[in-house]
Design a protein around this ligand. Structure first.
Ligand SMILES: [Zn+2]
Length: 417
């Protein structure tokens, strides 16, 4: 106990008191600003006043998996290898799902602290993130890793904890609900009170943010409930750090229909069927609430069309913010080049990119506007600590370049306390 831990070029001192990092999925600064203005989040306000607050950037693509893995490794995707939910394997052109731990090329801050003797806990809302968050975690050695989605199925052998519903005192939350995230925070509060882990990571889901704009009643309720739970973590004596995996934007037309570029359709018309393959790396089996549209797609040139042909066409499309080749994308966004498409296309704040109308289930969007993320327009995220920073960290933050994946460094090494 008491030794330092090193990972990806960062040395982490031994925390003197519990450190809790919360990833508010889809927690665009617009939600934080609006809730603060409306007085809904007094605890976050007090953190900002007595501690530290800044706007940081997430990694691009501004999706959930790459950013969660960046946060727990303290590194960009070029280091940890996770750049979306799936990619096409270059040799076979087969889609490979990227949500498993085996494709991660880095261990995690949690796992390293656990191995050094710290009590570590990771809780996520959706089970699809659990394997990556739990990479290298020593469950038999006392680490805890579970999801609220499958909180009723936790075992000591598999998750390091059982009877989670009893512990938290709540029923299993619905997969499509604000409660799925609130359960994560409630469980975190209980575990902090009863087991006092040294390091805890709480990762929420963006169900509310995909459905509701800042200031809507459901959003206000959610932010108010989160704020109470942040306050409890603070009152229990933890260093609490809040950030987000990505922002969120409304990508609908004035008539409320989704504002989508059907990129595969367009490329097929221009270059012929089979010339290109468009991959939406936001896609997964859990997409009903946003129809699997994002602001970032990868195009593979699988036939006659060259990357330059695709880039030339994509750049002319209204709503496209950027189109570039794989080398440029990997360099600009610190992405693993062996998992990059031939071309990356990124849409602007008000536009999403899809494959073709018949390839997306948009029934979940009926009666509501499309809100989603993935591009540069969703890169800004909040970065809030309930403690002030040492001067060296204040200066570092002021120099710019603050990323959401610096959050463990700032909370463990930078926070006074
Ligand atoms: Zn997310």
């Amino acid at each position: 106990m008491g030794e330092e831990v090193s990972l990806n070029g960062v040395r982490y001192r031994w925390p003197k008191r519990p450190v809790v990092v919360v990833c508010v999925d889809g927690g665009d600064p617009a939600y934080f600003d609006r809730a603060l203005r409306d007085g809904i989040t007094p605890c976050v306000q007090s953190f900002m006043e007595k501690g530290f607050s800044a706007i940081a950037e997430c990694v691009i693509p501004s999706f959930t998996c790459p950013n969660n893995v960046s946060i727990i490794t303290g590194a960009p995707p070029s280091i940890h290898g996770i750049s979306g939910n799936f990619y096409l394997e270059p040799a076979t052109r087969k889609a490979v799902v990227m949500t498993g731990a085996e494709l991660m090329r880095s261990s995690t801050i949690l796992a390293q602290f656990g191995r050094a003797g710290a009590k570590v806990v990771s809780i996520t809302a959706k089970d699809k993130l659990r394997a990556q968050l739990g990479k290298d975690m020593d469950i038999a050695g006392g680490a805890i890793n579970f999801s609220s989605e499958k909180a009723d199925q936790c075992t000591l052998a598999g998750n390091g904890i059982d009877n989670v519903l009893e512990l938290v005192g709540l029923p299993l939350p619905d997969m499509y609900s604000a409660e799925l995230s609130l359960f994560v925070l409630e469980a975190g509060v209980k575990l902090l009170a009863e087991r006092r882990p040294d390091i805890m990571y709480l990762s929420l889901t963006d169900y509310i943010q995909h459905k509701h704009a800042p200031g809507e009643a459901a959003s206000d309720r959610y932010h108010g409930r989160m704020d109470e739970l942040f306050g409890k973590l603070d009152a229990l004596g933890a260093i609490v750090a809040l950030t987000a995996d990505h922002g969120m934007n409304d990508k609908s037309r004035a008539d409320a229909s989704p504002n989508v570029i059907w990129l595969q359709d367009i490329l097929d018309r221009e270059f012929g069927t089979g010339a290109t393959t468009v991959i939406c790396p936001i896609t997964d089996y859990f997409v009903a609430h946003h129809g699997a549209f994002g602001g970032f797609v990868r195009v593979y040139c699988t036939g006659e069309a060259t990357p330059q042909d695709v880039i030339g066409l994509a750049r002319e499309l209204p709503g496209v913010e950027m189109a570039c080749d794989r080398e440029t994308a990997a360099r600009l966004f610190d992405l693993p080049i062996d998992r990059e498409g031939d071309v990356v296309v990124i849409s602007d704040a008000h536009t999403a990119i899809g494959i073709a109308p018949d390839k997306h289930d948009i029934s979940g969007l009926v009666g509501q506007r499309l809100r989603t993320h993935g591009g540069l327009a969703e890169v800004k995220v909040p970065f809030v600590l309930n403690c002030p920073l040492y001067e060296v960290y204040q200066r570092r933050a002021a120099r710019g370049g603050l990323k959401n994946y610096h959050v463990f460094d700032y909370a463990i090494n930078g926070a006074v306390g």
